[in-house]
Design a protein around this ligand. Structure first.
Ligand code: GDP
Length: 312
């Protein structure tokens, strides 16, 4: 059994690769909820949706988020009515948010709702929020503290980042299903997907119980770097690293996850950094980490699992 921790877009690609080689019984998928927020009364879970749409084969590859063949009549009408237009909600996507919100209002937990939505979309694997508790990421910046979606969408990641706060994380209860997976004698490896370390992975690691279980792990934990040639494939990960005083690359990712991982997979374009990663006490693997197709996703997943077996 494999446990994978993922954020949205980058994480979802590796999850898809892992799901193509692991049966539903062999793969536990824990997804970040630190980006979740309520907008116009709707509970929005961007990372759960990215993983869900990806596993259902409904994601929009070009845009990188949301559903393929999306239409935008709701947004056009909302703008005409003077409503908030900074956060885009596609017509089909809206159905997910409305259905999630109504199931939550009826008393279901976020994990139950995610199971229902995933099953309705024909997804065989179980996708789990890392916690049913509310965790809210705040970006500390020169402008003060900014709620994550304001920073990410409304301000387009412009403000310089000074730090982060994950409200609710420390006391959040790790989802029991994920906790059982981490404690299971069947567990063979833990994978940290190539997601933004600060706003996709760290809100999960800030859960005290998850951090404790990772620090006391009996199986290898492998992270896959989201940085290639000093840049993020998408999003502000590299910009955040620079603003926080580190040089985006395998060495800095290794340092960021120090104590929590045993191996780091990073792109072959950065293979000259192998020595630096190894001298930090980790085992490094330089390989292709760019996932531009189903095959790339599957091959990377296979390489990561082989690497985990080797380290064990
Ligand atoms: P978000 O919440 O939608 O931003 O999702 P993530 O945090 O999971 O994804 C963003 C991160 O994924 C960025 O830091 C990207 O560099 C990384 N990423 C996206 N696509 C790829 C890829 O094909 N390979 C690797 N290695 N990283 C990727």
């Amino acid at each position: 059994m494999i446990l994978a921790l993922a954020g949205g877009v980058g994480g979802a690609k590796l999850i898809k690769g892992l799901a193509s080689i692991c049966s539903p019984d062999e793969l536990i998928i824990g997804v970040n909820v630190g980006d979740d927020f309520v907008h116009m009364g709707l509970h929005i879970s961007p990372d759960l949706d990215s993983v869900m749409y990806k596993l259902a084969g409904l994601n929009d590859r070009e845009r990188g988020w949301g559903l393929a063949n999306e239409t935008w009549h709701f947004m056009e009408n909302l703008k005409r009515l003077g409503g908030p237009s900074w956060f885009n909600l596609g017509d089909q996507d809206l159905a997910t948010h409305i259905q999630r919100t109504s199931l939550l209002k009826a008393g279901n937990s976020l994990s139950m709702v995610t199971n229902q939505l995933s099953q309705a979309l024909g997804i065989a694997h179980q996708i789990s929020p890392i916690s049913n508790f509310r965790i809210s990421t705040f970006v500390e910046s020169a402008l003060g503290e900014i709620p994550f979606q304001d920073y990410f969408v409304r301000l387009q990641c412009e403000p310089e980042v000074l730090g982060f706060r994950y409200e609710g994380a420390e006391d959040a209860e790790l989802l029991p299903y994920i906790e059982q997976g981490l404690l299971s004698s069947q567990l063979r490896a833990i994978i940290i997907c190539p997601s933004n370390p600060f706003v996709s992975i760290q809100p999960m690691l800030a859960i005290s119980e998850l951090k404790r279980l990772l620090l006391n792990r009996l199986v290898p934990c492998i992270a896959v770097s989201p940085i290639v040639r000093g840049k993020a494939i998408k999003g502000p990960a590299a910009k955040m690293m620079l603003e926080l005083g580190s040089n985006p690359g395998p060495e800095a990712i290794a340092a960021h996850y120090k104590g929590l991982i045993d191996g780091l997979v990073f792109d072959k374009a950065d293979k000259q950094e192998l020595d630096k990663v190894s001298s930090g006490g980790l085992v490094g693997l330089a390989t292709n980490t760019l996932m531009n197709s189903d095959t790339d996703e599957k091959v990377l997943a296979e390489n990561v699992l082989d690497f985990a077996v080797r380290i064990a």
